[in-house]
Design a binder for this molecule. Structure first.
Ligand code: HH2
Length: 257
């Protein structure tokens, strides 16, 4: 899954693809480089980010989705109104970082429109989530949250095979929490298909000393490979080509490609 942030303020690429032409061109590059799905987002969820009004979010993402006919599109939103218009415009995948908690009717909508979806764990909300997050047992708590949210989706009529689960790396988590979750991927994968978003994230900067998000490509690829080996089904990445190249080598060495 290639990331297309149509925002002025995303942590890794804010403003880069904010203009319509650049956004559409970048999405085509992501698809050409090997992304099966392009994840279009119009609201940053980086730590400290402020919510974006629905009309503003619609104005950012809908023209871009309409301009991408042909590509498989995911909409990264927590708002039902945005998901509805995005699906009308051609999106078939709903990536909701609140796991249908922000807009509970999202579950029925995803079922009715036969979309695929990703349900992610987040502690708190983006504005405050990195203010001293605490867990007794981060792996057990994220695991039971994801299991519960999957049941909510299934109860609303979403077929289980259409649901990916995501531990939400960096969403209300310290470095130790992120590492514990990544080490526990084989355990979490027993819940169902996993999506992982580690690309260019802060914890990689902490581990490597790379302060600038765009300088975290090598670290991101290393983390993506670790996720793949841990059982991740979908990798949400900014740098499709380096990730696809690394996966091609990994799979050849494993004898699966
Ligand atoms: N991370 C971000 C946004 N959406 N969705 C899922 N399922 N998993 C993630 O880990 C995830 C996500 C944050 O990354 P990015 O889109 O690059 O930045 P921003 O939220 O600042 O736009």
């Amino acid at each position: 899954m290639g990331i297309l942030n149509v925002t002025p303020d995303s942590f890794a690429d804010g403003g880069e693809w904010f203009a319509y032409d650049e956004a559409v061109a970048h999405a085509r590059v992501l698809a050409r480089e090997g992304a099966d799905i392009v994840d279009v987002g119009g609201e940053s969820t980086r730590p400290g980010a402020a919510p974006v009004p629905v009309e503003e979010e619609l104005g950012r993402v809908i023209p871009v989705i309409e301009g991408l006919n042909g590509a498989r599109i995911s909409i990264d939103t927590m708002k039902l109104a945005v998901a509805q218009e995005a699906v009308d415009a051609g999106a078939t995948y709903i990536n909701d970082v609140t796991a249908f908690r922000h807009d509970p009717e999202m579950a029925g909508f995803v079922a009715d429109r036969r979309c695929d979806c990703c349900l992610m764990h987040m502690l708190g909300e983006p504005r405050t989530m990195q203010d001293d997050p605490r867990y007794d047992d981060v792996v057990a708590e994220v695991e039971s949250f994801l299991a519960e949210r999957a049941e909510v989706a299934v109860a609303a009529g979403v077929p289980r095979e259409r649901i990916a689960l995501d531990p939400g790396i960096g969403f209300g988590k310290t470095l130790a929490h992120n590492l514990a979750l990544l080490r526990a991927l084989p355990r979490l994968a027993r819940l169902g298909p996993l999506m992982l978003g580690v690309s260019r994230k802060r914890f990689l900067g902490t581990l490597t000393g790379e302060e600038i998000a765009a300088d975290r490509v090598a670290a991101s690829v290393a983390a993506a490979l670790y996720c793949y080996r841990g059982g991740a089904h979908l990798l949400r990445v900014h740098d499709v080509r380096p990730t696809a190249d690394a996966l091609a080598v990994e799979r050849a060495l494993e004898g699966v490609a």
